[in-house]
Design a protein around this ligand. Structure first.
Ligand code: GLY
Length: 375
């Protein structure tokens, strides 16, 4: 069973196809977009090893040739040197204006390949075939593309919408449990920000979904993508509502910076902890009930996920240090930090009126729960 969603963006509208076996039928899915039967695939070495032969066979089924470049896996690839290599390789492959670039990998490859497509010959079309849960529910949809700068994550980039997204839940089976659960952090985020009924569904079905239940995986990806598609259609370039998708991210970006963007904390793990902290701050401000943050943490714990600063190994800065790192966030406007707060589970809103003292108190208490002195 393959589900289809539409991201309604006028002449840049596109489908998100969700189901099992989409890599194997990639040729049939992509063929209607092609001016000639040839695509250039950007991927990473891990995904290439596991799935590139299936993609090649899936494309060959409809007579489509494929050239591919596999970059090293990991966040370090989202940088100028690898970006330059990818763009020059695409030019060497004589990829023309009417051709299609395929991003085949997780969020790093999707962001880098999308940005390469955005600037190549002033813009060529691209197709996202996301292979991580995080990329399937978040980064492959909505057209944010880019690379990191020494000054911070995702600071160089462009909005460039894909022409098609193929989310094959079958490939999620090769993810490590840790990577799967990190992606699940973004799934939970959707329930928390705008759909209490989805959060309840996740409370009931999360463990089965993590254990490999395919129909439940399809349903979780579908509901996540539907919410993202609706928000992106309302606010493509994040002038308003799209910022809701950043629930938990201001805390997350500070924690990622504090842990050196390393394996100590994966992005989705930081999002999960960030969501719990956002609900904690909301409760302290009297915006939502005291039970809400406990319920968020309870579900994350049931899933075996990180829920708190105490779950991050090694040193962390003190509360002021973390707040300084939040100040580097892209979401600072006129020196004021924007937060996503919540009135209840499923009712998030954007505000720049959060008292710094409350954020500091919540972080100080969370650091105390670690039982080690901050440095
Ligand atoms: N990941 C947040 C967004 O796409 O807006």
């Amino acid at each position: 069973m393959i589900e289809t969603l539409r991201v309604e963006l006028g002449d840049r509208a596109y489908d998100i196809r969700i189901g099992e076996g989409l890599v194997a039928r990639a040729g049939a899915e992509i063929a209607p977009l092609l001016a000639r039967p040839r695509v250039a695939v950007l991927t990473d070495e891990t995904v290439a090893e596991l799935h590139l032969d299936s993609l090649r066979a899936g494309l060959a089924d409809t007579g489509i040739d494929m050239v591919s470049l596999a970059l090293p896996p990991g966040e370090g690839t989202k940088s100028w040197p690898h970006f330059t290599r990818a763009v020059e390789w695409l030019l060497d492959q004589k990829i023309e204006r009417r051709d299609i670039v395929v991003a085949f990998g997780g969020g790093v490859i999707g962001d880098l390949a999308g940005f390469a497509a955005a600037v190549l010959r002033r813009g060529v079309r691209f197709v996202q075939i996301p292979t991580s849960l995080l990329a399937q529910v978040d980064s492959s949809v909505g057209g944010k593309t880019g690379i990191n700068a020494p000054q911070g994550k995702n600071l160089i980039g462009a909005f460039h919408q894909p022409s098609l997204v193929l989310a094959d839940v079958g490939v999620l089976g090769t993810l490590t449990p840790r990577d799967f659960l990190a992606g699940y952090g973004e799934v939970v985020k959707y329930g928390l920000l705008g759909d209490a009924e989805f959060f309840e569904w996740l409370e009931r079905n999360g463990p089965a979904l993590a254990a490999g239940d395919v129909p439940k995986r399809v349903e979780a990806v579908r509901r996540s993508c539907q919410m993202k598609a609706d928000i992106v259609a309302r606010d493509e370039t994040e002038q308003g509502d799209r910022a809701l998708l950043n629930l938990g991210h201001t805390f997350c970006h500070a924690l990622e910076a504090a842990t050196g963007y390393s394996d100590r904390l994966l992005h989705g793990e930081g999002v999960a902890i960030g969501c719990a902290l956002a609900f904690e701050v909301s409760a302290r401000l009297g915006l939502c009930s005291q039970e809400s943050p406990s319920r968020v943490r309870e579900h994350l714990k049931t899933m075996g996920m990180k829920t708190d600063l105490a779950d991050i190994e090694g040193n962390l800065p003190d509360a002021d240090g973390l707040i300084d790192l939040m100040g580097q966030d892209k979401k600072v406007v006129d020196g004021r930090l924007t937060f996503i707060m919540a009135r209840a589970i499923g009712e998030a809103f954007v505000t720049d009126k959060v008292e710094g003292a409350v954020v500091k108190d919540v972080l100080t208490d969370a650091l105390l729960r670690r039982g080690v002195d901050p440095v």
